[in-house]
Ligand binder design. Structure first.
Ligand code: DQA
Length: 152
């Protein structure tokens, strides 16, 4: 019998998320990105999957990461596109083209904030979106992604 391939998730953090913990703590909490990555890693271990984390402030680099996910043997993407959620057709097109399912996450509830944050250009090409649960959004999103990948 063929052994099942381990699920590999690429976790992508967009612009300014490197500043988490110090950045607008009333909106984004006091947890650093390093700590969030540790929480994701622990959750990945309990789900028996592999997760690799990357952060970039650069739109083109994010496009390259998304576009390279399949050839780099990732089975799915968990992404917080941050401000590019609301502006980037390039990220949307990359997510639509990448050939693996993606889940979008936000720490804050983007629908309860300024009007310009209510629109996500990227969510429609993701399998789902989690918004407003603080750092837990990443863990909930990871569970959703793994469920979709296991049902494939
Ligand atoms: C964010 C929400 C975005 O509107 C914002 O630009 C961010 C972070 C969130 O995780 O709540 O940088 O994606």
């Amino acid at each position: 019998m063929k052994a099942k391939k381990q699920i590999r998730a690429l976790v992508i953090h967009g612009p300014n998320l490197n500043l988490l913990g110090k950045r607008e703590p009333r909106v984004y909490g006091k947890t650093s990105l390093q700590r969030i990555n540790q929480l994701i890693q622990a959750e990945a271990k309990s789900l028996n999957i592999q997760a690799d984390m990357v952060q970039s402030n650069h739109e083109g680099e994010l496009v390259d990461l998304i576009g390279g996910a399949k050839v780099n043997h990732y089975s799915g993407i968990l992404i917080n596109p941050a401000a590019y959620t609301h502006t980037s057709v390039a990220l949307r097109d990359a997510l639509a083209a990448c050939g693996v399912p993606a889940v979008e996450v936000h720490i804050s509830n983007i629908y309860g904030r300024e009007e310009f944050r209510h629109q996500s250009l990227t969510a429609a090409v993701c399998v789902g979106q989690v918004s407003g649960f603080g750092e837990q959004s990443y863990l909930l999103g990871l569970h959703g992604l793994v469920k979709i990948l296991r049902n494939k």
